[in-house]
Design a binder for this molecule. Structure first.
Ligand SMILES: Nc1ncnc2c1ncn2[C@@H]1O[C@H](COP(=O)(O)OP(=O)(O)OP(=O)(O)O)[C@@H](O)[C@H]1O
Ligand SMILES: [Mg+2]
Length: 387
């Protein structure tokens, strides 16, 4: 088809139809967004209660208790944290709750800029103001306004890599030594139980937390959560219980609730693009293709040369357990890059969920981290574009 043909009035009308077509099977498409906060949040009552118990003293002019929130991926940790913070802020003005994603903010300055923004409604200037001034302004504010500060550090393991965890915990938890009357607490959120003792090691004795565990959801719970999501997101009868059961099976197999939510969204989009009023088997098959290996190949093909090099070394290592220390030696030989650049590249592969790293508790500079490939060598090779 030529360009001229493509832009005929009829073709233009068809494209406009797709864009403006106001019939939809989605009652609320945002119900499938990654950061959607469900109104009805089931199966986590005891964890929410435990979080409330930790914050409660802060509402009574006392000091909040510290907590570590543990659980594998998509068990609702971030959701629980955000929900409890919303509840606290709705019921009291005496506690400042600050949620921070440590994948995005890893430096002292970055983290305290977030706290500053939460309190004063704007960020501090990025240059020209020393960290100590920003810190002082925050702590003086909470003392003079008689407020408590509770900071949730989500995916806190990212602070171990940048070696900032100890300083940041110290800054928050020992503020009262320099600013008498400062009441502060930290909730550290971890998605890998293996990091539990790394947390102790990284923050020494300043952080003695309550442990709050988020167990994986049972199959029946996954079904009910996804069913509820379909009722929120789709109009009635768009999806049958049979198709939903299949999605629940895939979700259960993967152990990740996000897989199910993603499948629902993609199935909905596929059905809608064909102007179908219901989701059928064909849409699910296609969605499975798109959310599985296709997304893996998309990730692999977006890697930089350095990231590719590192991944290849990991794939081809055959001599037993691979630690960060061994991997760095190999990487240095192959690319002649610095340790910090190696570390950043390794973090990026983990962030992309291509690998997992687990602390073994031994070694220096994080070199004892075990490197584990999340996909089989075959799966990765199939998806990689051959040069
Ligand atoms: N009990 C629940 N009811 C309804 N939706 C839930 C529930 N638990 C989790 N979800 C949904 O599952 C998804 C993942 O939840 P969340 O981000 O809170 O998990 P997480 O434990 O923080 O995961 P990660 O460790 O990967 O950060 C979100 O879309 C959330 O809305
Ligand atoms: Mg989370």
């Amino acid at each position: 088809m030529t360009l001229k043909e493509k832009s005929t009035p009829r073709r233009k009308r068809e494209i406009e139809d797709i864009l403006l077509h106001d019939e939809t099977i989605f009652k609320n498409i945002n119900a499938f967004d990654p950061d959607y906060l469900p109104e009805n949040y089931q199966y986590r009552d005891s964890q929410m209660e435990a979080l409330a118990v930790c914050i409660r003293p802060a509402l009574k002019k006392g000091r909040p208790s510290n907590a570590v929130v543990l659980g594998s991926c998509a068990t609702g940790k971030t959701t629980a944290m955000k929900k409890i913070f919303e509840m606290v802020e709705r019921s009291s003005e005496s506690v400042i709750c600050c949620y921070i994603n440590c994948q995005l903010h890893t430096t002292r300055f970055g983290i305290f800029s977030q706290i500053y923004q939460r309190i004063f409604g704007h960020y501090p200037p990025e240059t020209g103001v020393p960290f100590s001034r920003i810190y002082q302004k925050i702590m003086q504010h909470i003392v003079s306004e008689k407020k408590a500060l509770v900071v949730a550090l989500d995916d806190v393991n990212y602070l171990f890599h940048s070696k900032n965890a100890n300083k940041i915990f110290y800054d928050i938890l020992r503020a009262h030594e320099v600013f008498p009357g400062a009441r502060t607490g930290v909730f550290g959120i971890l998605s890998d139980i293996e990091f539990r003792h790394a947390l102790d090691k990284n923050v020494n004795s300043i952080f003695i937390p309550q442990e709050i565990i988020f167990q994986p959801y049972l199959r029946e719970e996954i079904f009910n959560i996804l069913k509820e999501r379909t009722l929120l997101g789709f109009y009635p009868e768009v999806i049958s219980d049979e198709i939903l059961e299949e999605i629940v099976n895939k979700t259960s197999e993967s152990g990740d609730l996000r897989v199910g939510i993603d499948l629902l969204r993609v199935c909905g989009n596929l059905a809608e693009s064909e102007a179908s009023r219901t989701i059928n088997e064909k849409h699910l098959d296609e969605a499975l293709k798109r959310t599985g290996p296709v997304s893996l190949s998309h990730t692999l093909n977006s890697l930089s040369k350095l990231e590719n090099n590192l991944l290849e070394l990991i794939i081809n290592y055959k001599d037993g357990n691979l630690t960060a220390g061994i991997l760095y030696e190999l990487f240095l030989k192959k690319t002649n890059t610095s340790y910090s650049s190696f570390n950043r590249t390794l973090d990026k592969l983990e962030f992309l969920r291509l690998i997992d790293t687990k602390f073994t508790g031994k070694g220096i500079r994080g070199n004892s981290r075990l490197i584990i490939l999340r996909f089989s060598q075959d799966e990765i090779n199939k998806c990689m574009v051959q040069p």
